[in-house]
Design a protein around this ligand. Sequence first.
Ligand SMILES: [Ca+2]
Ligand SMILES: [Ca+2]
Ligand SMILES: [Ca+2]
Ligand SMILES: [Ca+2]
Length: 182
Amino acid sequence: MKLRHLITIILFAHLIGGCATLKTHRVNRNWAHLEKWDLNGNENLDKDEFMKGYRRNKFFTRWEQKSRPINDSIFVGQLFSFLDRNDDNILDSIEYSSGRVLWTFHGNKDLDEWDMNDDEIVARHEFRQMASDERLSDNYDLTSNGWITGPEMAESMFEVCDKNNDGKVGAIEFYLWEVYRQ
Ligand SMILES: [Ca+2]
Ligand SMILES: [Ca+2]
Ligand SMILES: [Ca+2]
Ligand SMILES: [Ca+2]
């Protein structure tokens, strides 16, 4: 590898690191603390504790400013915007592989598969098409009536957050979800 290339890579790594630090600082302003959500003090959150914390802290306002139910189509649009960090209306490979995907979708979703024409971009129309094909909203619209309410989102996010499926959200799960929720 030429020295010039190496220097470019090092500078780029610093730039990315610097951006990450800045973002971390921004995140911390709205930090939620597990101990405040953990009503029985056993150092993890059951579904009820998580849902209460989510609602008490008005986390649903990420998806709807006035906490009204949102329809499935608006939700999918909001989800795309949330993942599209630089607002250029496409998801590049960094965005569709980011931790935000892991901590917003259930399980371990690979959005690489949503790039239907293999151009390493998930365009908004691809995102909408695949979300529809896979009935993504069903994971959040728990009553299947076409609308997602605050409590439904709270319950869905508990399922998203409980990555090891042990029925509770532990400290590490909560921390990572908090980092990438922002
Ligand atoms: Ca608890
Ligand atoms: Ca983008
Ligand atoms: Ca594509
Ligand atoms: Ca868990």
